[in-house]
Write a protein that binds this ligand. Sequence first.
Ligand code: FMN
Length: 175
Amino acid sequence: MRARIIYESMFGNTAAVAEAIAQGLSEYAEVEVVNVLAAAEVCGPALHLLVVGGPTHAFGLSRPQTRRDAAKLTDAPIATDFGVREWLDCAPAVSAGHRALAFGTKVAKPPWLSGSAARGIGKRLRRLGYSLADQPVDFIVEGTTGPLSPGELDCARVWARRTAHTELDRIVHHT
Ligand SMILES: Cc1cc2nc3c(=O)[nH]c(=O)nc-3n(C[C@H](O)[C@H](O)[C@H](O)COP(=O)(O)O)c2cc1C
């Protein structure tokens, strides 16, 4: 099974979740982890599972303005014009049977106040024709720049391992 994880991250938290998901998937799949800024150059063999993740900004996926706001909080260079939102806007539609997973990070505030990048990504993936291998999942950070809450990386690993196992089962049994 081949999987690719495409992620956006301002302060490293979503990147860390992407790596944990890669660890979980790698028990059953060949996995590639790609920063969305390099994703345009990535092509190659057909995938069994596309995984897309990003940080929640202003209740949904980041935009140039929210990335500019994020850039004020770190010395690390941040690309403000391109992220998962723009990548998904340009991604080609797929035929039936293509599988994907959506994840995100967000603060622990009450869920009804925090929004969800994962849900937004899931909605866009479905619009492109993907069926989701599981519900979109958000992992929690303790503040805007992190860190991730204790146990979140373990949750990401376990989620990915379980999903990869189910997907492999589907492939083997052609369901
Ligand atoms: C401009 C901006 C807007 C944000 N808006 C939200 C929000 O609406 N809901 C939320 O839960 N978190 C919000 N956050 C917190 C981010 O979700 C958090 O910075 C992110 O999960 C950290 O992941 P990263 O290190 O991969 O960028 C916001 C952060 C920034 C910088």
